[in-house]
Structures are given as C-alpha cells and as structure tokens.
Design a protein around this ligand. Structure first.
Ligand code: ZN
Length: 373
C-alpha cells in the first residue's frame, strides 16, 4: 500500500448523466397542486457541466482516468438490508422506475444498474489510491450516496457509495482504519448510521446546522457502543463562509485525523455549501473549496501518505458547481487552468468569521478529545 504515484485520478462515466430524476423540481410535479415541471434539483446538469469544464479547461490532460466498475449485490449488502436492495432492483425494472425511499428521490428504468456503477466508481477510485496507481483521486459519480441509510435511500441517494467503498476496502483490500470527511452542506446521516457502532471508521460531517435531514447531525451524536467517539458532527450556522469552514478544518477535522490516523481518507464532496447553492445557505467560494482541499492534503500527507479518494455528493447550482469542482481537482493535481469568473462575487463572502460561528465550531471541537487514542 505504498503510495508511490504523484498522479491524481479522475473518474466519470456518461451514463451517470442518464440517471433519470424526472420532472419534479424536488417534489413531484402536480398541475393543480401548483408544482410546475422542471429539472429535478439533482439533475445531470451540475455534474455534466463539471465534467465538461474539466475537459474544456484542459485539466483532463493532467489527470489519470480511472474506469468505474459495477458494484455487486454482495458489495451493497455490506451496508444495506436485503429488503432495500430488492426494492431498488424491482422498482428499476418498471417502465418509469421508482423512488429510493422518501418520495423525493426518483430514479428511472435501469436506475439500479447506474447506481451500481456509481458505487463501483468510488470503489474503483479507492482501489487505485490504495494500490498506488494514483496518489489521490476524484470520482464524479451520480446518483450521490451519503444520505442512504441501511434500510432505505433518501435525499436523492439510492445506495451509500462511500460506505460501500469503505467496507470494500476493509473486506477486499485489507485496510483497517478509514476516515470519512463529509463536507457536503447536508448531514452525512446515512454514512453515520452505517458506522455508528464501528470503531474502525471515523465519520466527520461538516454541515449546515439543522438543514437536512431535519434534527440530524447534532454535536451530541458521537457514536455508540464500540463506536463511541468515532462520529464527529460539526453543525455550522447558516451564513458561514470560507473563514468558518477553514476554522472547522483546522480545529476539528485536522486534529481528529491526526488522532485517529486512518490509512486512507474518503471524502463525501458536496458543493452545496457554496454561496450560490439553492438547497442551503452557506457562503463557501471556489477558493474556499480549494483551501479545504489544501488543508486536507496537508493532513493526509502527515497521516496516510496523501491517500485521499473523493466521491461527488450534492451541489445544485449548475453555473457554479463546475468551478468549485475544478478548484478541488486543480489543487489535488497541482495544476491550474482557468480563472473562476464568478470570483467577481467573492466579496459577498469575504467577511470575517462571526462570534456565533466560532462558538459553534469550538463546541464541536471538544469532541475530538473523545476519539479513543
Ligand atoms: Zn447535500
């Protein structure tokens, strides 16, 4: 498991853009209920445009392409109940597909097979990082995964891609300790649920306080049983920008990773903490995401030979997500390409961290000492 490569892996497959979330913006469209059809919030646009910017910017030439493979039923069952897997298989055979579980997470005919490739995408990237084929890498997969709990999908997620990759790494690649860093703006409730009693996986979620799911991801949720201390939640007040997110990295994420010393870091990477996202109210910019990546790479170099595998989660502004993603990939690979034109709006997010933001993060930081040494 010696990471000898300096390359950055990149994974995307066109069929991820064919995962069909239908024509209800979040809730199903309903003529007389007033919900006019439009693209679902979790549409292909954000991810497809991110991929196209990676190509058009020329960054693709600096990246090492990794091909996804399909997860197997056995891979899914390491994180999910057989009932959930069967329900997804059956609904996927229907002419118009079905829903992952909560009524706002639709998928089309054949959606099960696309979800297998998404889970297999981050599995393949994790394999490549562990084997040393690449130093780090980004799997631009769809559908996302971090809200999917063992018994059902939710929040636009069918299966928990990162959880499945973590269990795969432990079962098939001999990895012991894994850290998950989830900076999607919503709570990584599904990943937390899978590993809540498991001391081999440290799950750290930075999220907007009480955003989605409701009442999920409180500071007091720190794991249970043998897993006590191995869940860390950092609920960040709405309106927080780059300084607060950087503070959360330096005060919680980095010290937690130094204490836990994982063999690899998996990242649930959402760009919905951006200042332009419709499904949350945070103010991180593309430069903010670049900075989060820099800090994560610093601590990864210290504790696990730089091994980072990122998996794409949320992010719902099709204009802006591509530039946030480009910044992360540029930083991971050490190359720069285009200037983000939307940095013209960064002044809105340039204010200092506010006292209540600092206090919330300081409160979460107290739990770092609760990670068993
Ligand atoms: Zn999200």
């Amino acid at each position: 498991m010696t990471a000898t490569s300096t390359r950055t892996g990149y994974l995307y497959h066109e069929v991820f853009g064919w995962h069909d979330t239908g024509s209800g913006p979040i809730f199903p469209s309903n003529g007389f209920g007033g919900v006019q059809p439009m693209l679902h919030a979790e549409s292909p646009e954000t991810k497809r445009r991110f991929h196209e910017l990676v190509v058009v910017s020329g960054l693709i030439k600096e990246l090492h392409r990794i091909e996804p493979y399909s997860a197997t039923e056995e891979d899914l069952l390491r994180c999910h109940t057989v009932e959930h897997v069967r329900a997804m298989q059956e609904a996927s055979k229907l002419p118009k597909g079905g829903d992952a579980g909560d009524g706002v997470s639709p998928f089309g005919n054949g959606g099960y097979e696309i979800a297998l490739l998404a889970a297999g995408g981050i599995m393949a990237m994790t394999d490549a990082v562990l084997s040393g084929e690449v130093r780090n890498g980004y799997a631009l997969v769809r559908p996302p995964g971090h809200h999917a709990i063992p018994s059902m999908g939710m929040g636009f997620c069918m299966f928990n891609n990162v959880g499945i990759a973590a269990r795969h790494a432990q079962t098939k690649r001999g990895v012991g300790r894994i850290a998950v860093v989830d900076w999607d703006v919503h709570h990584g409730n599904g990943t937390q649920a899978i590993f809540y009693e498991d001391p081999s996986v440290l799950n750290i979620s930075l999220h907007q306080d009480n955003c989605f799911p409701p009442d999920s991801g409180k500071i007091s949720e720190t794991g249970a049983g043998a897993g006590t201390g191995y869940a860390l939640n950092v609920p960040i007040p709405p309106g927080s920008g780059n300084p607060a997110y950087e503070y959360a990295m330096t005060q919680v994420v980095m010290p937690a990773l130094r204490r836990f010393r994982p063999e690899i870091i998996l990242v649930s990477c959402g760009f919905d903490a951006s200042l332009m996202d419709p499904l949350a109210r945070q103010m991180v910019t593309s430069e903010g995401y670049r900075r989060l990546t820099t800090l994560l790479m610093e601590v990864a170099d210290e504790v696990c030979g730089g091994r980072i595998a990122m998996s794409h989660e949320g992010g719902y502004n099709p204009m802006y997500v591509p530039f946030c993603g480009l910044a992360v990939l540029e930083q991971m690979s050490g190359h720069t390409t285009l200037v983000d034109p939307y940095s013209a709006f960064d002044y809105m997010a340039s204010g200092p961290m506010l006292d209540h933001q600092r206090a919330a993060i300081d409160a979460a930081a107290k739990n770092v000492a609760g990670i068993p040494a």
